[in-house]
Ligand binder design. Structure first.
Ligand code: THU
Length: 130
């Protein structure tokens, strides 16, 4: 599954709409039901309106009723791994558990992997308000 997710994330680089940064990001999320949802970064002339690849994939999944993520793969056009930005870490955390995997691939094909939770230790959940 890791290889499939990485491949789909790389394929999404082609769909990236990034005329301002020229930096492409692709993502693929595996949900609990076994489906894969993909996304890319989509920029805007009003820069702050840009959405990252990870959140594009996540909103596609959640809007189809998929609220439990098992893994995410992230590809980028640069030669440094594209670990999710702070906003994406919090956004994804909502639909993750401690088992969720994070796979990364950069332009030269090198890969890395970790648990997603490692990117947001002691993250905040809705259940923390109970
Ligand atoms: N970007 C992502 O898609 N994901 C990240 O985790 C980091 C940043 C995008 C947003 C923007 O289109 C470009 O990369 C430069 O910030």
């Amino acid at each position: 599954m890791k290889e499939i997710l990485l491949k789909k994330a790389v394929e999404m680089l082609e769909m990236s709409y990034s005329p301002y940064s020229n930096y492409r990001v692709g993502a693929a999320i595996l949900t609990e039901s076994g489906k894969i949802y993909t996304g890319c970064n989509i920029e805007n002339a009003s820069y702050g309106a840009t959405i990252c690849a990870e959140r594009t994939a996540a909103v596609k999944a959640v809007s189809e009723g998929e609220k439990k993520f098992k893994a995410i793969a992230i590809a980028c056009s640069g030669n440094t791994f594209a670990y999710p930005c702070g906003i994406c870490r919090q956004f994804l955390y909502e639909f993750s558990d401690s088992e969720m995997k994070l796979y990364l691939i950069k332009a030269d094909g090198e890969t890395a992997e970790t648990y997603f939770e490692q990117t947001l230790p002691n993250g905040f959940r809705g259940s923390d308000m109970e």
